[in-house]
Design a protein around this ligand. Structure first.
Ligand code: ZN
Ligand code: ZN
Length: 126
């Protein structure tokens, strides 16, 4: 669970943790990057919560917050929304339907890129 505050109002995002939101992953040389940076964006958290509620199955976030250095290391673009905390790469945990997750993400997130193993979703302005 992630608790946060928007304009003084306490909010809760169920089913996800700060550990998942922090900048971490693999470097190009296979070593581990884990700087711990966390940026929470209320628009992104709202969409993520809506997707998770409708999907009703576990979602693995293969990438969420990224510091600028890690974004460059993993080949993210200069205009990537990951360093703003406004993007996430979603995939079903074992047993979940990828086509169904794609349909829900298409409905909820303003911007998506469909990859084989994950769905990049962000809340950039339309
Ligand atoms: Zn980092
Ligand atoms: Zn992404």
């Amino acid at each position: 669970m992630i608790e946060y505050i928007v304009d003084g109002v306490p909010m809760v995002l169920q089913n996800f943790t700060l550990a998942e939101a922090r900048c971490h992953g693999l470097n190009p040389d296979g070593s581990t990057h884990d700087c711990g940076l966390i940026i929470l964006d209320p628009d992104f958290l709202l969409c993520l919560g809506l997707v998770r509620a409708e999907y009703d199955h576990g979602i693995f976030m293969s990438s969420w917050t990224r510091c600028l250095g890690h974004n460059t290391d993993v080949g993210g673009s200069d205009t990537s929304k990951h360093p703003l905390g406004r993007a996430g790469d979603l995939m079903p945990i074992e047993g979940g339907s990828m086509p169904r997750l794609r349909r829900i993400c298409d409905k909820v997130f303003p911007y998506r890129e469909h990859h084989n193993l994950f769905i990049h979703c962000d809340v950039r302005a339309k």
